[in-house]
Design a protein around this ligand. Structure first.
Ligand code: SF4
Ligand code: SF4
Length: 91
């Protein structure tokens, strides 16, 4: 029987919490429609990261700016700054 080597895909890490900024208010938990997060001791935890839609609602809802959304590489290649789109419209 031959052996196959499979490249391991690293697990998704869509959201990262800044433990220094987070007050554990739970607003991000409330707004996430997929229930990606569960309550944690110091800040919420991303319990189901593979389910994330990368919608950014949790980031927008956080009053402390304590969440960083990390888009997968596939999305990053299509990312454009909103300001640059508005600039093109005016031209
Ligand atoms: S909304 Fe922001 S401050 Fe509140 S629990 Fe979530 S990450 Fe922490
Ligand atoms: S980006 Fe959207 S789907 Fe992902 S954890 Fe935040 S609110 Fe939930």
């Amino acid at each position: 029987m031959s052996e196959f080597l499979f490249r391991q895909t690293p697990p998704a890490e869509p959201i990262q919490f800044d433990g220094e900024k987070c007050t554990n208010c739970g607003r991000c938990l409330e707004v996430c429609m997929i229930d990606v997060m569960l309550p944690g001791e110091k800040h919420p935890i991303a319990a189901y990261p593979d389910e994330c839609w990368y919608c950014g609602c949790c980031v927008m809802e956080c009053p402390e700016g304590a969440i960083r959304l990390r888009h997968p590489l596939m999305n990053q290649t299509r990312w454009v700054e909103k300001a640059s789109l508005l600039k093109k419209e005016k031209e």
